[in-house]
Design a protein around this ligand. Sequence first.
Ligand code: HOZ
Length: 424
Amino acid sequence: MKRDYSDKLWQEASQLFPGGVNSPVRAFRGVGGTPFFTQRASGAKLWDVDGNEYIDYVGTWGPAILGHAHPKVVRAVQEAAREGTSFGTPNPREIRLAQLVVEAYPSIEKLRFVNSGTEATMSAIRLARGFTKRDKIVKFDGCYHGHADSLLVKAGSGGATFDVPDSAGVPADFARNTLTLTLNDVAGLQRVKWDEIACVIIEPVPGNMGLIPLTPEFLQALRQVTRDSGALLILDEVMCGFRVAKGGAQELYRLKADLTTLGKIIGGGLPVGAFGGRAEIMDCLAPTGPVYQAGTLSGNPLAMAAGIATLEELFKPGNYHKLDVLTTQLCDGLRGAAAMANVPVYQTRIGSKFCTFFTDQPVVDYASAKRSDTKRYGKFFHAMLERGVYLAPSQFEVGFMSLAHTSEDIEKTIHAASEAFKQL
Ligand code: HOZ
């Protein structure tokens, strides 16, 4: 595989950006080697600057559920750009996108758009603290909710990949107010003094330590304990929102959050986040309430246009079923290919998210995810990349299927995996 131009750009990027990148997990340190530079992307494919083609299962870390550069999304962004790239005033597209979100999420009565998932979770936590007048929050080991200070405690994603779950630079006084618990541990929920807790934040489809299914009993227990104590339940659906079902994890598990955070898909590939929930809570935000939150580019018309086009296309009948079928086909194929090569794997899938752990033990929480053989994952990753398949460059991230993937792409991927597993 030709790599000359990517390698040259990597030298230049390494002089300019810490670790050569603008977001750590892109640096391939979790799998070894150095990243390729992408020239363009279309449908289910990426092409790097050396002309290599990849079937892409990262999908820009989740937003590309329609595939890359979907014509309707591109057209919507072009049309919006012609009318102006940012206004700093209310604009009609904010309303249309908000209506699409509210239609899908019955728990969201009011929402606010921001510019990233990190902003969404950071703002939701502040709002929860302002609403409840309590300081302490609860999160779960290995869940990642962006990089706001209070949330970089036992964090997944890059925190898991680089083994820095507790970031330097977070004041001890902040971290002290973040309590952590173990996923799927119903008994562990009893160890918390819930009447001191402002909120619990959880990825209802944890996807930042690989992909770990939560039991319905655990989710229901969490809902019960928060409801009883007045602590708010924040479901972080930045990754799983609009991906695992039209109404996200809340539809899948019949749950109702007090606050929900969203991002990724709702921006159709442009920078967007949102948080929303009960009107009574949301009205505590300025200018109606005392909790301050703001953003020059929030509700940006280009991002709104991309989000509207994405959701309108995604909501067409049959699309979620198609995603399920494609992802099941891939996961069955990967499991079969691993078995044929005698490589123990634990394959997980929820909707169109999937993950292959290199362990024969069930993965149910962060500790069991960490038992996966990450070196083996790195070898598998590179064996797949050489065969034109781009998987997440870390064991602690997940794969994303898109509507642009075809059965033929999946067959090619399974064929590549059969060879890659044998090579291990
Ligand atoms: N937040 C993404 C999912 N883990 C990864 C993207 C990034 O950190 O660059």
